[in-house]
Design a protein around this ligand. Structure first.
Ligand code: CO
Length: 133
């Protein structure tokens, strides 16, 4: 089911500062994109074999607000694997005893493709996103 690592997401306290740092290393850095459904603003850094998703809270009650309170200088938040079919991925996760976060239905992610998240307690303590490609 797992194919490519699509991105590693890092929660950052200052999005423009983080984007500028990657730019100064010569990386291809996107413009910021607001994702109100996910409560974050994201910037994508593209490198040859994967992407880095820089995330900053958007609006009240952002799901990464508490994370940044615990990690004030930022930190690795999740990683994302590509899957061929998100419904099959959800079924497979349930089959192996991994809970899917939220109501279990895929949402549209940062690339306008369906995504879901596995419960970190069922995945070695890491928050893992699956994205249909
Ligand atoms: Co992500």
């Amino acid at each position: 089911m797992l194919t490519w690592l699509n991105h590693i997401a890092i929660a950052v306290p200052d999005l423009s500062k983080a984007a500028a740092q990657y730019k100064s290393l010569g990386a291809n850095v996107s413009d910021p994109k607001d994702l109100p459904e996910h409560g974050v603003t994201v910037v994508f850094v593209t490198i040859p074999n994967t992407k880095i998703e820089l995330m900053h809270p958007l609006g009240q009650g952002s799901p990464i607000e508490a994370f940044l309170e615990r990690n004030p200088s930022g930190g690795i938040h999740h990683l994302c694997f590509e899957v061929a079919e998100i419904g099959e991925a959800a079924d497979k996760l349930r089959d192996i005893g991994v809970r899917v976060l939220g109501d279990g239905t895929p949402k549209l992610g940062a690339h306008d493709k369906p995504v879901l998240f596995a419960h970190p307690k069922d995945f070695q303590g890491a928050l893992v996103e699956f994205e249909q490609i």
